[in-house]
Structure formats: C-alpha cells, structure tokens
Design a protein around this ligand. Structure first.
Ligand SMILES: C[S@@+](CC[C@H](N)C(=O)[O-])C[C@H]1O[C@@H](n2cnc3c(N)ncnc32)[C@H](O)[C@@H]1O
Length: 297
C-alpha cells in the first residue's frame, strides 16, 4: 500500500508535465538526453560498477518489514527494488528520478520480477510535494549530489520523512581518492589536461566534502549527521574489451574534439590502463565513498 496521498501524487504526474526547479534544468536535460539514454542502455554495467558498495549500503539502510522507503535519484531502480523486497508486503518503496528513460527500465524490472510494492515517479526531488512524513527512510545510491540547491532539496526531503526517520546516502569522496575517474581522465587526455567534475557543485562530487555534507544537512533540518568512509573497487567489466567499450562510449564526449590520431592514442592509453588494472575479478579501479547517515528530529 502506498501512504495516503501518494497514489494521487503518482497519478498526477502521469497527466501533467514534471515540475523541475530552474537550478536542476540542466540535470533534467542531461538525464532525459544522451546521459540518460546511455545509462538506460547499459544499466547492468553501471550497476555492476558500484556493486562492491551494495553490501555496506544495504547494511546502513537497515530497511525492515513494513517500512516506507523513498529512493531519491533512483535511476533504473536497482536499489528501490532491493528496498521493496526488504520492506515486504506490508511496506513499500517509491523511487523518484528525473529521467523518463531510466524510470521505464525500472518499471519493466519491477514487472519482470513481480514486485508489486514498488512505485516509480518522474519528478524533481528538490521541489516535488511528497506527502508530509510519508516515509520512514530516505535512501540514495549516488543520486543525491546533483541538486542545484541542496539545502532546499534536503529541506523538502526532510519534510517527506517522519520525525525519527532516517537518511542514508552513498556519495563519492573527493576526486583525488577516486582512481576510477582520475585514471580514465589521465588516459583520455591525449596531451590535454582534463579537469574532473568540480566539488561543491551539482555532479558526482557535489557531496564529497564532509563539511559541506554536514552544513547542508544541518541547514536542511537533519540531525546526527555522520559520514563514514568506505573503500571498494569500481568494476568496469569482466575483461578489458568489455570495460574499454563501455567506458569509451560513456566518455565519448571527451574525445569529440580530438583528431583521428590523438583519438587513437587516447583509446590506446585507456586500454593500457585497463590492462594494468585487470584483476582476477575483472577490470577494477580503487574508489572511496561516504556512507552519509542522518536522522529527522
Ligand atoms: C548517478 S545516477 C544514480 C542512479 C541510481 N541511484 C543508481 O545507483 O543506479 C543519478 C540519478 O539521479 C537522478 N537525479 C539527478 N537530479 C535529480 C533530481 N533533482 N531529482 C530526482 N532525480 C535526480 C538522475 O536522473 C540519475 O538517474
């Protein structure tokens, strides 16, 4: 059963256009454009790349039977489906995301797996009017660092969680602790300097600074904010060929302005780097993330 009011919220979105805050318009364009399309076509690869974090993330969320879970930036719904299974028939999970393409994948997976207590909603989590105190726990695996106005977003999300409810986010630590990206940028540079995504701005490293996490969540009304470091390999594929194909496709925009010779060099450098990172379990690069936990007073 969905909490009272949620049926209406889900239904309303099906018939109206999605309200996106101007500060998130660029993200909405990307996740409904090339970024979302590439992700939707490679869901298994994306999800397996962070699968080493599944255990610590599930352990931190501690979803139990009967709980109502809100999964923010749920993408193709892997973590939403996992939460729904743990919440069982007396609980439920709602996955919210900007990307229509990813939500289509999520809904197909729910149907294929016969999971009935899960729902997906296309919305901007920063401004969507969720039912007040409609959830016991908010979770997000790498989906809550993209807000244009993080304090407004986490204030809106705090209202959606019942007093005493909890928040569990998985976010990247700073770029220099994440070789899965620095090594790829270095390999694809072909003589250029390729800067990584900026910290403290909407993007993968938007919540990489513990000070910023604390300040943001405290300002948004959350308490007991903690960042616990976790380190695990990012898995790019079972072998070099599959890893190379996936990563070079994902990063193809970085190659767009290279001539043929430099593009060939960049792709070769990427292959060499992957060869050097080939472990018995596949192509793996070191990474570091935060498990962010907090409570709604
Ligand atoms: C890196 S993906 C993570 C997807 C998913 N959590 C997973 O682990 O597979 C980030 C997701 O956040 C979503 N997102 C970004 N900004 C959002 C917003 N303001 N409201 C809802 N979803 C958002 C994107 O559409 C994208 O699907």
């Amino acid at each position: 059963m969905l909490p009272k009011g949620l049926h209406e919220a889900v239904a309303a979105v099906a018939f109206t256009s999605v309200e996106v805050h101007p500060s998130n318009a660029e993200q909405a364009r990307a996740w409904n454009g090339d970024e979302g399309a590439y992700w939707a076509a490679h869901v298994a690869a994306f999800e397996s790349s962070v699968s080493s974090y599944d255990g610590p993330f599930a352990a931190a969320t501690t979803v139990t039977a009967g709980e109502r879970v809100l999964d923010v930036g749920c993408g193709a719904g892997g973590t939403t489906l996992a939460a729904a299974r743990r919440a069982g028939p007396t609980g439920d999970a709602l996955g919210v995301d900007l990307s229509a393409a990813l939500l289509d994948v999520a809904r197909s997976r729910a149907r294929a797996e016969g999971i009935a207590n899960v729902h997906f909603l296309q919305a901007d989590a920063q401004v969507h009017p969720f039912p007040t105190a409609g959830f016991d726990v908010l979770v997000s695996r790498m989906g809550a660092m993209f807000f244009g106005d993080p304090v407004a977003a986490f204030t809106n999300l705090a209202r959606a969680v019942r007093p005493g409810g909890r928040l569990v986010l998985l976010t990247w630590q700073p770029l220099d602790r994440n070789e899965w990206l620095t090594a790829v940028l270095a390999a694809l540079a072909a003589g250029r300097t390729l800067p990584g995504p900026p910290p403290d701005a909407p993007g993968p490293f938007g919540l990489s600074s513990p000070d910023r996490v604390h300040d943001t969540l405290a300002a948004a009304g959350w308490s007991d904010v903690r960042c616990t470091g976790v380190e695990a390999p990012v898995q790019y594929g079972d072998d070099v060929d599959s890893a190379h194909e996936w990563v070079s496709g994902r990063m193809s925009w970085l190659l767009a302005d290279l001539d043929d010779e430099r593009r060939r060099q960049a792709l070769e450098d990427l292959r060499r780097s992957m060869q050097e990172h080939l472990e018995p379990g596949g192509v793996q690069y070191p990474s570091a993330a935060w498990l962010v936990t907090a409570r709604r007073p």
